[in-house]
Design a protein around this ligand. Structure first.
Ligand SMILES: N[C@@H](CCC(=O)N[C@@H](CS)C(=O)NCC(=O)O)C(=O)O
Length: 214
């Protein structure tokens, strides 16, 4: 059976679990990291020497790095459901996943999320958060243009492109940061929030992660 290690509140675990749920895969998720610890054991170090979540074990095949895991699951189990059978579609999905990681992730997660939720207000770099939020808004205009006339990033069907970008959107849209109006991105995000798998695995309340004074 597919095993997934990682706490539900980790954005990278959420990306994997959203994929698992969209594909309807029988699996076992093992809480690890954060309040659950368990990353410093010898056993975990053999699974992922980086001592980070997520990690999967699919009948003896061990894999870490959330994007690699999403691609693996989409390729092996998602040829129809995530439309990964066509090589060019798959390359385009990769393009958007890489774009999300290299263009949005650091500003949304490292600067805005960690700055607002994991940093006491007195230590917060408000200017850096405002600058990052502004940059994200500008970059999302690229996604907004791509979504014109499309329900999902590559067309009518949810693909790994939506999972890579969309896993960041719950935090982007729920953090207290300024956002420009981007009608296509907003309509797409609304569509994602109507999916059961997104509700169950990405729309996870993060208030418990707040540090005192945040
Ligand atoms: N690039 C890695 C990043 C993994 C990562 O940073 N995981 C974080 C959670 S999002 C982690 O394990 N932190 C330690 C912890 O949760 O205790 C991936 O995408 O899988």
């Amino acid at each position: 059976m597919l095993k997934v290690w990682g706490r539900k509140t980790s954005i990278n675990v959420q990306k994997v679990m959203w994929t698992v749920a969209e594909l309807g895969l029988v699996h076992q998720r093992i809480d690890a990291g954060g309040q659950f610890g368990g990353l410093d054991t010898d056993e975990f170090g053999k699974l992922n020497p980086n001592r980070l979540v997520p990690v999967i074990d699919d009948n003896g095949f061990v894999l870490w790095e959330s994007n690699a895991i999403v691609r693996y699951l989409a390729a092996v189990y998602g040829r129809e459901k995530l439309g990964s059978a066509d090589e060019r579609q798959r390359a385009l999905a990769d393009q958007w996943m890489e774009w999300a990681n290299s263009t949005l992730y650091s500003d949304i997660i490292a600067t805005c999320f960690l700055g607002l939720i994991r940093t006491p207000a007195k230590d917060r770099n408000v200017a850096a958060i405002e600058k990052a939020a502004k940059r994200v808004g500008e970059r999302l205009a690229i996604l907004d243009a791509q979504l014109a006339g499309r329900s999902y990033i590559l067309g009518d069907q949810l693909t790994a492109a939506d999972i890579g970008c969309g896993s960041l959107m719950y935090r982007y849209f729920t953090l207290d940061i300024p956002r420009p109006r981007l009608e296509n991105v907003e309509a797409w995000y609304q569509r994602l929030t109507e999916r059961r798998a997104y509700q169950d695995h990405v729309m996870i309340d993060y208030q418990a992660l707040k540090v005192p004074g945040a």
